[in-house]
Design a protein. Structure first.
Length: 646
């Protein structure tokens, strides 16, 4: 026995120098890699010596400029701050791995706590709010049922899919709900229909040549709807683009593989008009279903030219990628949105759109500064929304962005101040990206107190107060800001909701732990349902009739519905109490029952909206079915408990 104990002790002690050697080897490789950093473009141009400091060389620091260099392996321009972020994340992952190995060596092994937690004992001892340990992740890989094979896809805990599993597993005793014919996991198919991966094979001949009046109407619709939200199309170029498109519509034969028709010099103009008309038809088809056929025809007329319009490093190629992304938001089965956004983000960084242009060196100055900023922030907004829907990191992290918002941030906006409202809309998505990065993407055991969540909510509430437009009717801009705010509040408090659902699956809870969660996300979910209800019921010629209902809107509706059902489940359980409203951003530890007086009306509206979404996107059938089952079980229980009534 003693021999075995001594041998075990020797093994344990021998692991220490091995770990030290591995750390020394890692540091040596790190220093060697830093020595290979290329000189920045500015130092090369000025013929000055460049050092290897991070996150910028001394010369660029003195000039208060961003350090950038050309990476020949990636074939794109990168800031040195990006290299620093990679090294920092590698060290965090290495530390997390060492902590995980140490925690699994045996029951007698001491628990390792990160150094930053030792330095914040006041946070750990904060008695007035529960501590939410982020080390316990709820990220999941889900099996995808396809017609050909079964694959898996990752969804982070910001995704509504993870919330669905947490709520359904808490509500239903029978796990067979996940294998139903219209079950949730059968709706996320990995395969795509005809799309951008092989556009030449799906090119078809046009059956009807569109008239000039029809194209002008569609262009006007796009510019007054989608281009107000994502203004990366220059209206001054559309007349010339239209002439190129009309002069080539008589050619009904698709070009042979590897060629482009119309000529390459004008293929961007032709492609822009084709995709603008396709997107406009996709948006208008919710009122005029016959436009679905025209939508497909316009899209297929532009497909043969995808390779030609996306193969160069230019602002026009970035515009082409963004048009493809917008179209795929209406038709997610027509292409891989994630890959398209990845290409667009890489191209925007290579063009330097993420930074303020200092001079013409290394930057594409073929477009105006305002259009550059609008293009980048449009891409950033879409990338943030899609990344948070899937629960994945954003390809445009905030620390590499140094370009300003287009327009001016104006307090107390007056009706018609669209440029200022656009700048404010970009700002909330930047704030949301910061919250998302802190909350869902840490590699260490970060902890956030309830006060941390309240402070972030106060920041969002201040943003909302700045954009209030007194006496202004709801339009596409105000509706978008309303959706952005309430969906951000829902995402902010979602980890607390999932945590509470997980805790209440236990028969007994720790009596010493405080079980309080905010109710702000419930009210935001109700308001989000009301906003989409007004949008879907708006007449086609109204201001809200221009709003683009995409697959992102469908996810928001479902997320809002499940947030409402999750609060109903917790109220029925009764062991996790809801906090009183955070008036003026103050945290009062007073439990207050949520007002469920309108939950039946809101739930009915949500079910109608999900049915509408399922009629447009086949994959939403499972979501509609899941919400219907949850509401049919939880709402009667809520009524019997006396917390809700018809």
């Amino acid at each position: 026995m003693a021999t075995s104990q001594n041998s075990a002790g020797n093994e344990e002690s021998s692991s220490i120098p091995q770990d030290v050697d591995a750390t020394a080897e890692f540091d040596e490789k790190l220093n060697a890699a830093l020595q290979l950093l290329p000189s920045c473009q500015r130092c090369k141009r000025l013929r000055r010596k460049c050092d290897t400091n991070l996150s910028s060389c001394r010369t660029c620091q003195k000039a208060d400029l961003e350090y950038s260099f050309y990476d020949h392996s990636l074939q794109q321009v990168l800031p040195r701050s990006y290299v620093l972020s990679l090294l920092t994340r590698a060290q965090e992952l290495r530390g997390t791995r060492k902590m995980g190995v140490a925690s699994t060596t045996g029951n007698s092994a001491p628990q390792i706590i990160p150094a930053r937690l030792h330095a914040n004992q006041d946070l750990l001892n904060f008695a007035s709010a529960p501590i939410i340990p982020q080390a316990e992740t709820y990220d999941e890989h889900f099996m995808l049922c396809t017609t050909t094979e079964s694959t898996s896809r990752f969804f982070g805990c910001s995704s509504v899919v993870v919330l669905t599993v947490g709520l359904a597993s808490r509500t239903f005793d029978d796990p067979s709900i996940f294998q139903s014919q219209n079950g949730l996991l059968k709706t996320y198919t990995a395969n795509s229909e005809v799309g951008i991966n092989n556009p030449i094979e799906v090119a078809k001949t046009r059956t009807v040549t569109p008239s000039k009046d029809m194209i002008l109407t569609l262009i006007g619709h796009y510019m007054s709807s989608l281009n107000r939200l994502y203004p990366f199309i220059d209206a001054s170029t559309l007349d010339a683009d239209l002439e190129v498109y009309l002069s080539n519509t008589h050619d009904t034969q698709p070009p042979p593989p590897g060629t482009s028709n119309p000529p390459v010099k004008k293929v961007y103009q032709y492609f822009r008009i084709a995709m603008i008309c396709a997107i406009a038809c996709a948006n208008k088809s919710r009122y005029m279903t016959h436009l679905s056929a025209s939508d497909t025809e316009f899209y297929e007329s532009g497909l043969p030219h995808v390779q030609a319009v996306t193969s160069s490093v230019s602002g026009e190629s970035l515009q082409a990628l963004l048009l493809l992304v917008l179209y795929c938001l209406f038709h997610p089965r027509k292409g891989d949105i994630w890959k398209l956004l990845d290409y667009a983000c890489r191209l925007s960084v290579e063009l330097g759109y993420h930074a303020e242009p200092q001079d013409s060196a290394g930057n594409d100055m073929s477009v105006s500064l305002s259009l550059r900023k609008n293009t980048f922030w449009s891409l950033y907004t879409i990338e943030q929304i899609v990344a948070q829907i899937f629960g994945r990191p954003c390809d445009l992290p905030g620390y590499i962005i140094s370009t300003d918002y287009p327009g001016t941030l104006i307090s107390g906006l007056s009706p018609g101040a669209e440029q200022g409202l656009t700048a404010h809309r970009y700002r909330i998505f930047y704030l949301r990206g910061e919250i998302y990065g802190e909350l869902f993407l840490p590699t260490d055991s970060a902890v956030h107190s309830l006060e941390w969540f309240v402070q972030r909510f106060v920041t969002l509430s201040q943003w909302l107060e700045e954009i209030q437009v007194d006496g202004a009717e709801a339009d596409i801009e105000t509706a978008t800001c309303d959706v952005a705010f309430h969906s951000t509040v829902i995402i902010l408090f979602q980890p607390l909701l999932i945590r509470a659902l997980s805790d209440t699956k236990e028969a007994e809870l720790d009596p010493s732990a405080r079980r309080l969660i905010p109710s702000e996300n419930y009210r935001s979910a109700c308001q989000l349902i009301r906003t989409y209800w007004n949008i879907v019921r708006a007449p086609h010629d109204s201001a809200l009739g221009l709003y683009g209902m995409t697959i992102m809107s469908a996810h928001y509706i479902y997320l809002a519905g499940l947030t409402i059902m999750a609060h109903a489940q917790l109220s029925i359980d009764g062991r996790v109490k809801s906090l009183a409203p955070l008036d003026a951003g103050t945290l009062n530890e007073v439990a207050q029952q949520i007002d469920y007086s309108e939950i039946f009306e809101i739930s009915s509206s949500c079910l109608v909206l999900l049915h509408w979404c399922a009629s447009r996107w086949r994959g939403m059938v499972g979501m509609m079915d899941m919400y219907k089952r949850l509401s049919e079980k939880l709402l009667p229980l809520l009524a019997r408990s006396g917390m809700a009534w018809f």
